[in-house]
Design a protein around this ligand. Sequence first.
Ligand SMILES: [Zn+2]
Length: 83
Amino acid sequence: MTKYVRKCPACGGEVIEKEVTEVLSGGVNTAFVTVKVGVCLRCGERLYTPDTVRKFEEIEAKLQRQDTSGFKPLGKSFKVPTF
Ligand SMILES: [Zn+2]
């Protein structure tokens, strides 16, 4: 994949493709997604392709609708009362 820009738009550093884990949330639900993104070697800026952004939006919409078919449950998240 060479869809990423070669230079970081933020600092001009070199951009490489890297596999990262992103946390997406929709409503009260959260999902972890491993994706290949462009990462700036200098400032760490993550650069996404339009396809990746669209996929993220789809996942977030599904989370919002509680439609988690095809997602693997990882455990529950809890909110602890304020102390
Ligand atoms: Zn940068």
